[in-house]
Design a binder for this molecule. Structure first.
Ligand code: FE2
Length: 354
């Protein structure tokens, strides 16, 4: 596995770049906007393909690079279910997995610092965001923070991980880089408490100023989605209502760009075919399987994903490759379900070969 810990000195933020192997797919956790070019240069030097950019929660002390990295690399953005951001490509919840080639992160919901805080675990390492720091823990006094939730997340979730697990926090203000679960259990002063109420008392008595740029940074970090509507003149966006109408006419081919994990969990639009977003470049190149499918049929094609972000990105690529009569479903299957569109359990038989 390839692993890099990167630092942004103004907000003392750690960002993590992980890949299954050199030259393979990569993901990044908690990237900072002002370091975007630095990440892109490193990704290029290491010959990686960035496929996922993840934030552990909505940050209050720095602007996220999620949107910028998506715009530069076509990677997908990932945050938790509870995050009050306008759009991300994929939302996760406790027990989910975030996968790239050669690497899988277990998703642990750890509310407390904020109500949308998540940690990510792969055997041997846990990325703790602002839930657990080295000899410290995240404040719980804004953005839906709650000390009792934080106690539960720390004691009943993170501290139950194997003691030798390396802890990689979202920040460090003293110059430390990592720790272990065992070390934090033994030496983290905030964790030497015997009850949730004792922990809550400690947190209540911390009187901390708000992060300097919080009022500017938080609204920015909540507005990171791609613009899904194509131009008025040449609109290639279908609303859920329009897509359902087309579906009833039976002359539309629906293409699902999501991953197996999401399809298994939420189902699919009946009779759609499955073309995972990451296989798109291969599928649409001359002679690719999607190209062949589009040529065979006069039907309109509607691309869809979870919330409309991957389909908006795919639409651009596909139209650039010369495909015609292609639309994308604004708001994704989420909007479709909210508009009472039919859904059935996902099939494994309808995947277009890469
Ligand atoms: Fe935070």
């Amino acid at each position: 596995m390839l692993f890099r810990q990167l630092f942004e000195s103004e907000s003392c933020t750690y960002t993590y770049l992980l890949a299954g192997s050199k030259g393979g797919e990569a993901l990044i956790i908690d990237p900072v906007y002002k370091k975007t070019d630095h990440y892109l240069a490193l990704i290029e030097e290491l010959n990686l393909k960035l496929v996922k950019a993840i934030d552990t929660h909505v940050h209050a002390d720095h602007v996220t690079a999620l949107g910028a990295l998506r715009d530069k690399t076509n990677c997908i953005t990932v945050m938790g279910k509870q995050s009050s951001v306008d759009v991300v490509s994929m939302r996760v919840e406790d027990g989910d997995k975030i996968e790239i080639d050669g690497l899988s992160l277990a998703v642990i919901y750890t509310p407390g610092h904020t109500n949308d805080s998540y940690c990510f675990y792969t055997p041997g390492m846990v990325f703790t965001g602002d839930t657990l720091f080295i000899r410290g823990t995240g404040r719980t006094d804004f953005q839906g923070g709650n000390s009792l939730d934080a106690y539960n997340s720390l004691f009943n979730k993170l501290l139950t991980l194997p003691e030798e697990t390396f802890v990689y926090p979202g920040h460090d203000y003293k110059g430390d880089s990592c720790s272990t679960i065992g070390e934090e259990k033994a030496f983290n002063p905030r964790l030497q408490v015997s009850s949730a109420s004792e922990y809550a008392d400690i947190m209540k008595n911390l009187v901390l100023p708000n992060p300097k740029m919080m009022d500017i940074v938080v609204p920015k970090n909540k507005k990171i989605g791609i613009i899904q509507k194509t131009s008025k003149k040449n609109n290639r966006t279908a609303s859920a209502y329009e897509a359902i109408t087309q579906f009833k006419k039976k002359d539309t081919l629906f293409i699902d760009l999501r991953e197996d994990i999401e399809r298994d969990k939420y189902g699919e639009i009946p009779n759609s075919v499955h073309a995972p977003y990451k296989n798109l470049p291969n599928l649409i190149k001359p002679g690719g399987h999607l190209e062949a499918l589009a040529k065979q049929s006069d039907d309109q094609i509607i691309l869809y994903c979870a919330y409309g972000e991957r389909s908006a990105m795919a639409l651009k690529e596909i139209r650039a490759a010369g495909f015609k009569n292609i639309y994308h479903l604004r708001g994704g299957i989420d909007a479709w379900i909210n508009a009472n569109g039919p859904v059935k359990p996902a099939s494994r038989l309808n995947k277009i070969k890469p």
